[in-house]
Design a protein around this ligand. Structure first.
Ligand code: 0RQ
Length: 509
């Protein structure tokens, strides 16, 4: 017992999760660890949820602001949201209970670019961080912390919070020690210096998190696994998307626009992103590298096969099977994976310098290349922008991918106008569906529309989309609007309102 906690002072602060939860006050801003289901505190949020549930049965209302790295798990987001314990959530979530509460107007949500979070907290834009609740894999005799399966914003939370509560999780492998690279060189403007990284594998920091021991008010021991959800096996649609992307890469290499080992790959969350990596693992490219935020099964498999030589991320988001593989062969993986704070894994300066190829999922794109990644029918949040904007705007090539339809064909993912914009036409270079790939680089809006409709739209929706652009152009030529990005404003969002009314987007003929 307590072998993971080697500092004498911190050993004295060991207590139960219930006792630790008592140290969090109503109205606190609480910075929790956790990024895509990895490295989140597992016991304290649940103990806090029980406390809040009791408190909220009476007159007094108890709720907190929850700041994290990214999404967590049912034990954190789910448990707290269920009892109405979160008044404000940032910067990313993907929890069904949170989503329902946000969309019902019962919980505020601030959806942020993940690279921005740490610095806007340092700048004081979000007010004071009262408490940090951080999962770690261990505490060294000198009090430095061995980070867990994600780094996220932990460095910032430990640094900025008035009080620190640690969950020391002995379920996390002790062999994680040494895989992290925590960079402490970030300064605030006007004192900023270039970040000294030129390759995805460069180590620029130290393997441990620092904490002011005087701020640590509680240490809780746990022995519980991360969320570790299973991915769907790649289906025909995602395999077709992967094949289009592989063909595009081959073409880019042939044209001399990418080296044979490509450039560092970023790949987003979800099944399609995972399937694209599986495609790359079977493909012809060798000596690949990754500069990404979430390392999913697909990337682990590429490291295992030798296709990928090095990957940098901020979190491991593995299925139970892949996690087992990772743990059993940690000695093999440890010098091929580096986990960094999210302000580094997603840093615009580094993404631009390294020339990252970004590949993210989306809900819908419009005929001019604007992308909606977050809002269903313009009003209901799905997850959040996450790191997709950090990467898309600064990438060497930025791609967005989706099946061409959703909900059994009732929704076209290519629409006249997106119902919410996360990535503007200026940030989107490639749109891919199972139908094909549209390379929008260098094309003016009217030519983009032609290509997106021809290459990416589902054949059932192509005639209606073509009809829309043609009528928009005639209307512009007749003096109603401009020919640069022709639209029929009264009709541009009619596909979405038809879906809301009738359950289908396709105009009746
Ligand atoms: O819902 O399962 O209920 O049917 O959206 O869609 O096709 O399974 O796609 O899992 O790749 O997720 C954009 C959500 C795509 C994700 C999004 C419905 C569809 C299904 C999921 P059902 P798929 P994926 C790095 C980068 C933003 C954050 C990001 C995402 C569900 O990629 O959250 O990129 N991205 N981060 O039916 C209504 C449409 C729809 C639609 C699909 N047009 N309208 N519903 N769906 N298209 C990671 C981090 O930042 C942490």
């Amino acid at each position: 017992i307590s072998s993971r906690i080697q500092h004498p002072l911190l050993k004295q602060k060991i207590m139960s999760a219930e006792e630790a939860a008592m140290l969090i006050e109503n109205g606190d801003h609480v910075g929790m660890s956790g990024f895509t289901g990895a490295g989140y505190p597992k016991l304290i949020p649940q103990a806090l949820a029980r406390r809040i549930e009791l408190a909220n049965q009476g007159e007094s209302k108890f709720s907190i602001g929850v700041w994290t790295g990214a999404s967590t798990a049912p034990e954190l987001d789910g448990a707290l949201a269920k009892v109405g314990g979160i008044n404000m959530r940032l910067p990313y979530q993907s929890d069904p209970t949170c989503r329902a509460r946000i969309n019902a107007g019962q919980m505020d949500y601030v959806d942020l670019h993940l690279s921005h979070v740490a610095q806007i907290v340092w700048f004081g834009f979000l007010g004071k961080l009262n408490v940090a609740v951080i999962e770690v894999a261990g505490v060294l005799p000198d009090g430095r912390l061995i980070p867990s399966s994600s780094v996220g914003n932990n460095k910032t939370w430990l640094d900025q919070a008035d009080k620190v509560i640690l969950e020391v999780n002995s379920h996390q492998s002790a062999a994680l020690e040494g895989m992290h690279d925590i960079y402490y060189g970030t300064e605030r403007p006007p004192h900023r210096k270039p970040i000294p990284m030129e390759h995805t594998g460069d180590r620029i920091g130290e393997p441990y998190l620092r904490v002011d021991l005087n701020k640590v008010v509680a240490v809780v021991e746990t022995d519980l696994s991360d969320r570790n959800t299973e991915f769907n096996a790649p289906d025909q649609t995602s395999e077709k998307i992967a094949a289009h992307i592989l063909e595009f890469f081959a073409q880019e290499v042939k044209m001399g626009r990418m080296p044979p080992a490509l450039l560092p790959l970023q790949s987003g969350v979800g099944n399609i992103a995972n399937a694209v990596l599986a495609g790359l693992n079977r493909g012809p490219f060798e000596n690949l590298t990754g500069f990404t935020e979430v390392l999913q099964d697909g990337m682990l498999a590429m490291i295992k096969s030798g296709k990928m030589t090095m990957a940098s991320a901020t979190a491991l988001s593995l299925s139970p099977t892949a996690n087992e593989e990772f743990l059993q062969n940690l000695d093999f993986y440890r010098n091929k994976i580096i986990l960094r704070p999210q302000e580094i894994s997603n840093h615009p300066e580094l993404i631009r310098r390294l020339g990252v190829i970004s590949m993210n999922g989306m809900l819908e794109a419009d005929i001019y290349g604007n992308v909606n990644s977050t809002h269903v029918m313009g009003t209901r949040i799905m997850n959040g922008i996450g790191g997709s904007g950090d990467f898309a705007r600064n990438a060497y090539v930025s791609m967005f991918m989706t099946p061409s339809t959703a909900k059994g064909g009732a929704i076209s993912c290519i629409v006249p106008m997106v119902s919410h914009v996360d990535h503007t036409e200026h940030d989107v270079q490639i749109v891919v569906t199972e139908q094909g790939l549209a390379d929008l680089r260098g094309l003016a809006p009217r030519h983009r529309a032609e290509l997106i409709i021809q290459r990416c739209a589902h054949p059932d929706y192509r005639p209606a989309l073509l009809d829309y652009v043609q009528r928009a152009q005639h209307s512009a030529q007749a003096g109603h609007g401009g020919m640069h990005t022709p639209h029929i404003l009264d009709e541009a969002l009619s596909w979405h309102s038809r879906y809301e009314r009738e359950g289908r987007m396709l105009p009746s003929v």
